[in-house]
Design a protein around this ligand. Sequence first.
Ligand code: HEC
Length: 132
Amino acid sequence: MRNMSSSIHQLAAVLILSVVAVPVSAKPLDPGSIKLPKMTPELNLGKMNYDALCASCHGKNTAGTDKGPTFLHKVYHPGHHGDGAFMIAPVRGARAHHWQFGNMPPVKDITEGQVRKIIPYIRAIQKENGLF
Ligand code: HEC
């Protein structure tokens, strides 16, 4: 009996982890409810580029829209989608695999320099809102 109940616990743990790892929806948040980090000139450059190139899908203040996920979902925690993933997605695009928004197309004419400015801006918002 003892063994059986411990394997049931293990099974439950596995099931819970699978649910956490494969979320199916990322509802857009209210951009006004998102805490903003203290801005620096460097973060302002990131924001300018983010607003021009990412916000149409990922939303103002990374809140998400009906075209793309919010970055305040734990799926985009730096431990799960590290800066490497953030470097690659804008250049190559991303196949829909977490959600039902469809594929992310490559962002036209984006430069590595722009992405390098955008990432700290997204991380600063994530941090300010307690994602990590
Ligand atoms: C035309 C809409 C659109 C634009 C513009 C866009 N994205 Fe995306 N992005 C998406 C969608 C949709 C997904 C989710 C794909 C999925 O289902 O996992 C996504 C996913 C991502 C991911 C996760 C990729 C992965 O490996 O899972 C990153 C990182 C990302 N976007 C960064 C950016 C950045 C940075 C910009 C601006 C430079 C940007 N996106 C612009 C639609 C967009």
